[in-house]
Design a protein around this ligand. Structure first.
Ligand SMILES: Cc1cc2nc3c(=O)[nH]c(=O)nc-3n(C[C@H](O)[C@H](O)[C@H](O)COP(=O)(O)OP(=O)(O)OC[C@H]3O[C@@H](n4cnc5c(N)ncnc54)[C@H](O)[C@@H]3O)c2cc1C
Length: 491
């Protein structure tokens, strides 16, 4: 087995990016001379910043993008592994209702294929391994499986469904752009997910289902004591898991999207250009980046995760409420793990690679192979406090922990992957975690009101700024487009 630990991807250029990625890097490095004046300056060359810049350029604006890393793409990055598999170290799936993402993929000429869900998934519950069909409706679902097949006492299943029904009702009452207006918002916002479960769940299955939504399903990366039930309900109101967010994948991986957008904008991107300060007057912004360089513009779009906005000095400063909200919007903790096999052998056994369970390390496994099933790729996640414990282990201990769980889900063959790749997003200093940021208890109702409001000529993008699918590619695109409209309105 070829085992690798990937850290600081791209910062050293130490791993084999695909040909297109490497070519782009070379060209962008040559063109790093930045203009001194543009119409709009975009900060961050992730999907959101790239989309904002693309839109503005299509409308004839003069733009420039400043990117802190030595590569573009942010949380959208692919890699070719030593055995030749192409994987997404960051996001990978598109969803059934990710309409903007689908359109973009079409425009870029990329090929989609459905995620593999044929056959049964596996639930490991209290060390018992249960094969079950995926649920066809939310009402028949427990942990996304057909509740009739998960071999749990019917009273327990009934309680779990009742608790999830109650939770769904709360989610349906939350306005995506104004969660503080939900009925009983203040009470829900000061109640952690854990405390809500203690009062309303009455079932270990629904405790686990809500915990699963917080650590990995939905926005992911936080423990049930880190956020309020209002925040969790908001994540489902803006990004409903019932709308199948993991419905399709891209041949050649999603990272190509960022590469192709970057290739369109090559001469308008400066890499290795972290932004340190944004000063503004009534009719101008002045952005300081890199080792003391400056660009003047009529507007700026900041397309970076909320906690990282705090590294920028704003003059005039952000309002006290905005700062307080940012201080209460940390990133989730997230480690993505790939196990790569010669073939997706589980498919032969009528299994689909979807695994969930109350195991120690892996919260979820999913088949990420091409339709041919060769190579066989299982993507999985270590998240929240389990990720923090995991990153303190030696590499050998990490491999053992991952393989133990993979074997529990997918049998002894799972213990012998050709490659095991661990991507720790918590160690990426220009992300500081993933999938996205979350909001701590009480913060929505106390400080949330200005969360999308522009700061004069500075407009917020980045997936977290969206009211539809924040935390996802779709939200990144949406937020980029909305910010570009706000900037244009000001020129
Ligand atoms: C492991 C993982 C799995 C995921 N799975 C999925 C999935 O399956 N489907 C899905 O839809 N989404 C998924 N996501 C989420 C998705 O990847 C993100 O929502 C999306 O890529 C965010 O794009 P963005 O442009 O908003 O932010 P980012 O990609 O974070 O881009 C921000 C950019 O700003 C740069 N930057 C930061 N600070 C500065 C500064 N001061 N100056 C200049 N530049 C700066 C960063 O380097 C970065 O390039 C996943 C994410 C991860 C990490």
């Amino acid at each position: 087995m070829n085992t690798t630990r990937r850290q600081l991807l791209g910062a050293t250029g130490a791993f084999g990016l695909t040909a297109l990625g490497s070519q782009f890097r070379a060209r962008a490095a040559e063109s790093s001379a930045s203009p001194t004046e543009v119409d709009v300056v975009v900060i961050g060359a992730g999907l959101s910043g790239l989309m904002a810049a693309r839109r503005l350029r299509q409308q004839g604006m003069k733009i420039h993008i400043l990117e802190a890393r030595e590569r573009t793409g942010g949380r959208m990055i692919r890699q070719t592994t030593d055995t030749g598999a192409v994987i997404d170290l960051g996001g990978q799936w598109g969803g059934e209702t990710h309409h903007r993402f689908k359109t973009l993929v079409g425009e870029l000429g990329l090929e989609m294929f459905p995620s593999y869900y044929d056959g049964k998934g596996v639930l490991v519950w209290d060390k018992q391994r249960i094969e079950a069909d995926m649920a066809k409706t939310p009402e028949s679902s427990v942990l996304l499986f057909d509740s009739d097949q998960i071999q749990q006492p019917s009273a327990e299943i009934a309680k779990a469904k009742a608790a999830m029904k109650l939770f769904r009702e709360i989610a349906a009452s939350v306005d995506p752009s104004r969660p503080w207006n939900a009925p009983n918002a203040a009470e829900l916002d000061r109640t952690t997910i854990r405390a809500w479960c203690d009062k309303n769940s009455g079932s270990r299955l629904s405790d686990f289902e809500l915990e699963w939504l917080s650590v990995v399903g939905g926005s992911g990366g936080f423990d049930p004591w880190d956020a309020s039930i209002l925040h969790l309900a908001w994540t489902q109101s803006v990004a409903p898991q019932d709308e199948a967010p993991e419905a399709w994948l891209l041949k050649g991986a999603a990272g190509q999207v960022a590469e192709r957008l970057s290739a369109e904008l090559t001469s308008q991107i400066s890499l290795n250009s972290p932004v340190h300060a944004i000063d503004q007057t009534d009719n101008n912004v002045s952005v300081q980046f890199g080792d003391g360089k400056r660009i003047e513009a009529k507007a700026a779009i900041v397309a970076i995760p909320p906690p990282l906005r705090q590294r920028i000095t704003f003059t005039p400063d952000l309002s006290a409420e905005t700062r307080s909200f940012l201080q209460r919007s940390p990133m989730g903790s997230m480690i993505k793990v790939f196990a790569i096999y010669k073939k997706a052998y589980w498919r032969r056994k009528n299994l689909n690679g979807f695994g969930v369970g109350n195991l120690k390390t892996l919260e979820l496994t999913a088949d990420s192979s091409l339709p041919s099933g060769a190579p066989g790729i299982l993507a999985s996640f270590v998240t929240a406090s389990a990720a923090v414990a995991f990153q303190q282990m030696t590499l050998k201990q990490q491999h053992r922990a991952v393989l133990d769980d993979l074997i529990a889900y997918w049998g002894p063959e799972a213990g012998e992957p050709e490659e095991l790749i661990i991507q720790n997003w918590n160690e990426e200093s220009w992300s500081t975690g993933a999938f996205t940021s979350f909001v701590t208890p009480g913060a929505w109702t106390t400080y949330g009101r200005g969360w999308q409001q522009s700061h004069g000529r500075v407009h917020w993008a980045g997936t977290e700024a969206s009211t539809r699918w924040p935390g996802y590619f779709e939200g990144a695109i949406e937020a980029g487009i909305q910010a570009s409209k706000r900037a244009v309105a000001q020129l």
